[in-house]
Design a protein around this ligand. Structure first.
Ligand SMILES: Nc1ncnc2c1ncn2[C@@H]1O[C@H](COP(=O)(O)OP(=O)(O)OP(=O)(O)O)[C@@H](O)[C@H]1O
Ligand SMILES: [Mg+2]
Length: 266
């Protein structure tokens, strides 16, 4: 059972309830989180803090529990133990865009929003991802990259303080993927929301994140701050060093790297 409800985390309070004015706001606070399936803990007393506006990437071998953690943070799985505090306004985008084929793109974007949201809201979000001209289209007429952008628009229309992305670029070809990465970078800079991006791509993590986490054995086993200035250059030797270090953490031998060589962790 969940021992805490999901609720907004704003400025942290000290024990007597007063607020520390100078401490950066927290977007996510997870403490002692455990999630077991059939008695087997996949997440095992995990601790995680994410600052408001911080971009965090989450790596880890297949099956280590990344999606499980994301689902818990999204409020889609509450069969947990421990404390999970997340903003009320959060949104999630998965590897598959999950668009309803019988609804036009703009209606898909508004799906699940309370009340009767105006079409203009969907159009605004679609324009933000460069898809304003496809608002009226049926999902099946979109390319893979367009469908993924529509899925991002559906997340953005919720004006999230926390954006959860589960391998959103995993199924895209290399060029579309680079464009999608740039788009997420721009959106994050413009919106200022916290982002937690699950990815298998170490390069993508180093390119986009303020901090890269490696999940293993049910906990955050390693964390790496990325202090390179943006926009980052994959040919920068410091970039290569960070990539190699993270690959080692993941138990993957780095390729004898030509600069920019692709380095997927799994
Ligand atoms: N509903 C479920 N019932 C039983 N086991 C589950 C369930 N959901 C996840 N698991 C198990 O929990 C473990 C972690 O799954 P999860 O999907 O979180 O991994 P992941 O790190 O996202 O992997 P990948 O990188 O392949 O997407 C796996 O062993 C999986 O089989
Ligand atoms: Mg997963």
């Amino acid at each position: 059972m969940a021992t805490d409800v999901h609720r907004p985390v704003t400025t942290p309070a000290v024990p007597d309830g007063t607020v520390r004015p100078h401490e950066p706001a927290t977007a996510v606070r997870v403490d002692g989180l455990t999630r077991a399936f059939d008695g087997r803990p996949v997440i095992d007393r995990l601790h995680l803090d994410v600052r408001a506006g911080e971009f965090v990437a989450l790596l880890g071998r297949s099956g280590c529990g990344k999606s499980t953690l994301l689902r818990v943070l999204a409020g889609l799985d509450r069969d947990i133990e421990g404390t999970v505090l997340v903003p009320r306004r959060k949104a999630v985008a998965f590897q598959a865009p999950r668009l309803m084929p019988w609804k036009r793109v703009w209606r898909n974007v508004l799906l699940g929003l309370p009340g009767k949201p105006e079409r203009a809201r969907a159009e605004g979000a679609l324009a933000e991802v460069g898809l304003g001209h496809r608002a009226q289209a049926w999902p099946k007429t979109l390319s893979g990259g367009e469908a993924q952008r529509a899925s991002l628009a559906r997340a953005l229309v919720r004006e999230p303080d926390l954006l959860l992305l589960d391998e959103p670029f995993g199924a895209l070809d290399a060029l579309t993927r680079v464009k999608a990465q740039r788009l997420v970078d721009e959106l994050w800079q413009r919106r200022g929301c916290a982002v937690l991006l699950v990815t298998h791509d170490v390069e993508e993590a180093v390119l986009l994140a303020d901090r890269v986490l490696v999940m293993d054995e049910g906990v955050i086993a390693h964390e790496q701050r990325i202090e390179l200035p943006r926009s980052r250059d994959i040919a920068d030797p410091r970039f290569a060093a960070l990539r190699t270090g993270l690959l080692e953490r993941l138990g993957v031998e780095a390729p004898a790297a030509s600069p920019g060589a692709k380095a997927d962790a799994a």
